[in-house]
Write a protein that binds this ligand. Sequence first.
Ligand SMILES: [Zn+2]
Length: 65
Amino acid sequence: MEQAKGKTCSICGEWHNYEEFSYGNRENRSYCLKCSREEKRAYSSGGAEAATAYRENQRAKWKNA
Ligand SMILES: [Zn+2]
């Protein structure tokens, strides 16, 4: 039986396969592609503060229910 390899995204809290964390030749990150994309969008509109706010808002949804 093949066991799927993956980990939990530190932004959305969902478990994803490692493929969801790969960024081409870049190092794997602790959050999934979907969250990375959303964070990038937040960053482009509001800079580092907006990106941080996005991460914290997403985490609050599942960490402090
Ligand atoms: Zn995620």
